[in-house]
Design a protein around this ligand. Structure first.
Ligand SMILES: NC(=O)C1=CN([C@@H]2O[C@H](COP(=O)(O)OP(=O)(O)OC[C@H]3O[C@@H](n4cnc5c(N)ncnc54)[C@H](O)[C@@H]3O)[C@@H](O)[C@H]2O)C=CC1
Ligand SMILES: O=C(O)[C@H]1O[C@H](OP(=O)(O)OP(=O)(O)OC[C@H]2O[C@@H](n3ccc(=O)[nH]c3=O)[C@H](O)[C@@H]2O)[C@H](O)[C@@H](O)[C@@H]1O
Length: 492
C-alpha cells in the first residue's frame, strides 16, 4: 500500500521506517528540509536504537523516501499525521499550529476513498476539528484517530510490537464493528484500510480497540498522565522514606507485587521529563480546565509539583554531603565542582527536551556550583539547549576534580562506573545516585559517601543502615568557601 507520513520526528520517522519494513511503499514528508534530507540519506537526525538499520533497509529496497514537498502525498491510500504538538509559549495549552498546517498542506492531495489517520497527541476535541476541515475539502475521505504509545529508546520495537492499538472513528455509534452512523460506509472502509496497514501487528494478535474520536484522543493523554502520576506517587513515597528511614525500592517492590498496582513506572528518582509526559500533562490540564474537570487539574498539578521538587531534594542532599553532615545552610554547593552524569531525559535517547538531568544541572549552577555534565549521546542537543553549560562525552574529564558526582540519567556506562577508577580522578569521594540505579554498596566499600534519596544504604558488612533523614534548607545566600576545582572541560 502507498502511504504518506507527514511529520518525521521521533514518531514519524520511526513510523515511516517500520511501515516500509512491513512492505508498504512509504513517503515521509517533513517541512524541515534538512531533516528530510538527512533521513533520505539514511542518517537519522536523532539517536534512536535500530532506526538507522530500518531506514537503510527501506531506502535500499526503494520502498521508503523522504521529502519536504507536501505534494509527495498525492496518490497515497493512507496519510498519517505525525507532526509535533508542543506546548504553547507562555501557557499550558497545546500549540496546534503545526497540525493545522499539516492538514492544510494535505488538502490539495486528498482524493475520495483515501484515509487520513491522526497520530499526534492532541487535546480532546482536536480530531473533530480536523475531520470537519477534511470533509469540507473532500467529503468522501476516511478519517481515524489512532494515538501512538511508543517510547523513545524502544520506539522501533514498540512500533513493530505495540501492546494495543486504538482506532477512534466518527460518530457516537462507533462500535466494535466499526458501524458508521452516516451510513456511507466510509468508517468501515477506513477501518479496513488501517487494518491492512497494520496487518502484521493484527496477525500477531495485538488487541485493536475501536471507539469514538473523543475517547481515542483521551486515551493518549490519560495514559501519559497516569504514568506521570505514578512516577510522582513513588517520588512522594521517596520523600517519606527519606524522612522515616524506610526504603523506597523495597516499598516499590512490595507495592508492585500487587497486580492491581504493578512494579513498572515505580522507579523513584529525578522524576519524569522528555518531549511528551510533561507537555502532555500540562496540555491535558489546560483542556480539563476548559471542560471544568477540576479534579484532573488538581491531580496533575500535584504530580507536577512533586516532579519538580525531586531536583531540589537532590540539590539539598548534595549540599548536606558537602557540609559533612554538620548543621547545613546549603552553602556547601557554592564553588563545589559537581559532575552530573547524564543529560538526556532517559538512557538510550539523545532527547534533552525537559530533561530532569539538565534541569538539575542548571539548578546546581544557579545555586553556585561549578557544573560539568557528561553524556554519551546528548552532547550536541544539550549544548544547544543550554549554551552556557559545560557538556562533554568525556566521562573521565567530567570526573576529574569533582567534589560530588550525581547520577542523573542511568546510562549503563555510568551506572556500571568503577568506584576505584572514579576515586583516582575526583577531588572528593561523594556520589548521589539520583536514579536509584547504582550498586552503592560497592561505592561505600571503596570509601565513598554514597547516597540515594529514600534508600536505605547498605553497609560493607551486608547489613543495612537507614538513610540519613536530616533535611537541608533548599536555598542559601551564604558566603562561599571555594573548593579546589581543577577544570578538565570548558563550557561551550
Ligand atoms: N516522541 C515520542 O516518543 C512520541 C510522540 N508522540 C506525539 O507525536 C507527535 C510528534 O512528536 P515527535 O515526533 O516527538 O515531535 P518532533 O518535534 O520530533 O517532530 C515533529 C516533526 O514534525 C515536522 N512538522 C511540523 N509541521 C509540519 C508540517 N506542516 N508538515 C510537515 N512536517 C511538519 C517538524 O519539522 C518535525 O520534524 C507529538 O504530538 C507527540 O506528542 C506520541 C508518541 C510518542
Ligand atoms: O507520548 C509519548 O511521547 C510517550 O511518552 C512516554 O514515553 P517516553 O517519553 O519515551 O519515556 P518514558 O519511558 O515514559 O519515561 C518518561 C520519563 O519518566 C522517567 N521515569 C520512568 C519510569 C520510572 O519508573 N521512573 C521515572 O522517573 C524517565 O526517566 C523519563 O524521564 C510514554 O511512556 C509513552 O507510552 C508515550 O508514547
Amino acid at each position: 500500500m502507498r502511504i504518506s507520513v507527514i511529520g518525521c520526528g521521533y514518531l514519524g520517522a520511526v513510523h515511516a521506517a517500520c511501515l516500509a519494513h512491513a512492505g508498504h511503499e512509504v513517503v515521509g514528508i517533513d517541512r524541515d528540509e534538512s531533516r528530510a534530507r538527512a533521513l533520505q540519506d539514511g542518517a537519522p537526525p536523532f539517536y534512536e536504537p535500530g532506526l538507522q538499520e530500518l531506514l537503510r533497509e527501506g531506502l535500499d529496497a526503494g520502498r521508503l523516501s523522504f521529502t519536504d514537498d507536501p505534494r509527495a502525498a498525492q496518490g497515497a491510500a493512507v496519510h498519517f499525521l505525525c507532526v509535533g504538538t508542543p506546548q504553547m509559549r507562555g501557557g499550558d495549552a497545546t500549540d496546534l499550529g503545526a497540525l493545522r498546517g499539516a492538514v492544510a498542506s494535505l488538502l490539495p492531495s486528498l482524493r475520495p476513498g483515501q484515509v487520513v489517520v491522526g497520530k499526534s497527541t492532541v487535546p480532546v476535541g482536536t480530531a473533530e476539528e480536523v475531520a470537519r476541515t477534511l470533509r469540507a475539502a473532500c467529503p468522501e475521505v476516511g478519517f481515524i484517530w489512532n494515538p501512538e504509545f511508543l517510547r523513545e529508546s524502544t520506539a522501533v520495537e514498540d512500533t513493530l510490537h505495540p501492546e494495543r492499538m486504538v482506532y477512534g472513528v466518527e460518530g457516537s455509534a462507533a462500535g466494535a464493528d466499526g458501524s458508521d452512523p452516516s451510513g456511507s460506509g466510509t468508517a468501515a472502509a477506513a477501518i479496513a484500510a488501517l487494518d491492512a496497514v497494520y496487518a502484521p501487528q493484527l496477525q500477531d494478535g495485538v488487541p485493536r480497540m475501536i471507539t469514538d474520536l473523543a475517547t481515542a484522543q483521551l486515551v493518549k493523554v490519560a495514559a501519559n498522565s497516569f504514568l506521570a502520576v505514578k512516577i510522582s506517587f513513588i517520588n512522594a513515597m521517596a520523600q517519606v522514606s527519606e524522612a522515616s528511614g524506610a526504603d523506597v525500592d523495597d516499598l516499590a517492590d512490595a507495592l508492585g507485587m500487587d497486580e492491581r498496582i504493578g512494579r513498572r513506572f515505580l522507579d523513584a528518582g529525578l522524576g519524569f521529563g522528555g518531549g511528551c509526559l510533561p507537555k502532555d500533562l500540562r496540555g491535558f490540564r489546560a483542556r480539563a480546565r476548559e471542560l471544568g474537570a477540576d479534579g484532573v487539574v488538581d491531580m496533575l498539578t500535584a504530580a507536577e509539583t512533586v516532579n519538580e521538587s525531586a531536583r531540589e531534594d537532590v540539590l539539598s542532599l548534595a549540599a548536606r554531603m558537602l557540609e559533612d553532615g554538620r548543621e547545613t545552610t546549603g552553602a556547601g554547593i557554592i564553588g563545589a565542582r559537581i559532575a552530573v552524569l547524564g543529560a538526556t531525559f532517559k538512557p538510550g535517547s539523545d532527547d534533552v527536551r525537559e530533561s530532569p538531568a539538565l534541569a538539575l544541572a542548571a539548578r546546581l549552577e544557579e545555586a553556585g556550583a561549578e557544573v560539568v555534565v557528561a553524556d554519551p549521546q546528548g552532547v550536541r542537543p544539550a549544548r544547544a539547549a543550554h549554551p552556557g553549560l559545560a557538556v562533554t562525552d568525556d566521562l573521565d574529564g567530567a570526573l576529574a576534580g569533582a567534589d560530588v558526582l550525581v547520577l542523573a540519567t542511568a546510562w549503563p556506562e555510568y551506572r556500571d562506573l568503577d568506584p576505584q577508577h572514579a576515586a583516582s580522578l575526583v577531588a572528593g569521594r561523594r556520589i548521589v545516585d539520583a536514579r536509584g540505579a547504582m550498586p552503592l554498596a560497592r561505592w561505600q566499600e571503596a570509601g565513598w559517601d554514597a547516597r540515594s534519596l529514600g534508600r536505605r544504604m547498605p553497609r560493607a558488612d551486608g547489613a543495612s543502615a537507614p538513610a540519613p533523614s536530616s533535611a537541608a534548607p533548599r536555598r542559601s545566600g551564604a558566603a562561599p568557601e571555594r573548593r579546589s576545582t581543577p577544570t578538565a572541560v570548558t563550557a561551550v
